[in-house]
Design a protein around this ligand. Structure first.
Ligand SMILES: NC(=O)C[C@H](N)C(=O)O
Length: 323
């Protein structure tokens, strides 16, 4: 008879490792930014996959991938978050472990570089799921997370973006945020665990105190080992109203393929509310999908050492990762 550990190891290598990331459902991305966005998204997926290959958990992988995107000024999360009506930053993030449905979220946080890390600490070090504003920042301080002056998270591009938005439109009313770049990741690890993380600066020119879908479990994302993991992006108010992430997984639960489930959920949001957006989804057997109804959504996925990435519809580039 084979020893016990053999079976455990077998179980761990039978599952495909999968990481999928997105860089936000958006209107068209200008040609001069496309390459930077493409590189950033591929770097994040590669980082997530590296973590999984080294034996890290799905939660480690989504946190790692999202951290890369929060640190990249091309994306609307962490450094490079869009500005609210006062020219200030208020960021939202959430994370969930599909193994036991544990979840952590923060909203309206200002002076930290990586809200996803704070969301994970909420999940692991508090009896709560969700901390907001001042309380979340106090908790960050207690956890020893360094304070970053908010000006350090603001870029020239986000300042211009706000000016342009104010000139053009006044209050934000779009069905889909313009040129946004909310980020998210989903992963399946070698133990069959699923996780998601989502992080955002929200929508440009938003009211002070506005909280979107991204930190809300079931809307901005969801993970359940029995079903799959989802991270969403797009018009936050619409995503909240249809509970987009959980809705997509409901369709998986009903026996739909990942492709069908994503399409049904996004179509419902569009037909019911004219809300546009996108999502990434991986199920428990490692099938994955990236789908959007917005004009574009940068995405990248790694499975079996192969990296695939795209920005617009009908555009997928594939390359093998060095082992
Ligand atoms: N682009 C985005 O995904 C924005 C985010 N869903 C929000 O409304 O806060």
């Amino acid at each position: 008879m084979r020893p016990q550990y053999w079976r455990r190891n077998r179980a761990s290598i039978d599952v495909s490792l999968v990481v999928v990331v997105h860089g936000g459902g958006a209107s068209n991305i200008s040609a001069n930014r496309k390459e930077l966005v493409r590189e950033g998204i591929a770097r994040a997926a590669t980082e997530g996959y590296k973590i999984l290959k080294a034996g890290g958990s799905a939660v480690d992988a989504v946190e790692g991938a999202v951290t890369v995107l929060e640190n990249d000024p091309e994306f609307n999360a962490g450094y490079g978050s869009v500005l609210n009506v006062n020219g200030d930053i208020e960021m939202d993030a959430s994370i969930m472990d599909g193994k036991d449905l544990s979840a952590g979220a923060v909203s309206a946080v200002r002076c930290i570089a990586n809200p996803v890390k704070l969301a994970r600490l909420v999940m692991e070090k508090t009896p709560h799921c969700f901390l907001t504003g001042h309380g979340a920042e106090k908790f960050a301080e207690d956890m020893g997370i360094p304070q970053v002056p908010v000006e350090k998270l603001i870029t020239e591009r986000t300042k211009k973006h706000l000016e342009k938005e104010k000139l053009e439109k006044g209050a934000q009313k779009a069905d889909c945020p313009k040129n946004s770049g909310t980020v998210g990741a989903v992963a399946l690890d070698c133990r069959g665990n699923l996780a998601y993380a989502t992080s955002t600066g929200g929508i440009v020119n938003k009211m002070v105190g506005r909280v979107g879908d991204s930190p809300c479990i079931g809307a901005g994302g969801y993970a359940d080992n029995n079903l799959g993991a989802v991270s969403t992006t797009g018009h936050g108010e619409s995503i909240l109203k249809v509970n987009l992430a959980r809705l997509a997984l409901f369709h998986v639960e009903q026996g739909k393929t990942v492709e069908e489930a994503a399409q049904l959920a996004l179509d419902y949001m569009k037909s019911k509310l004219k809300g546009l957006g996108g999502l990434i989804l991986v199920n428990k057997t490692g099938d994955w999908v990236a789908k959007w109804t917005s004009a574009s959504m940068p995405w990248a996925a790694v499975k079996n050492g192969k990296l695939q990435a795209g920005i617009d519809l009908c555009e997928t580039k594939t390359r093998d990762l060095p082992c």
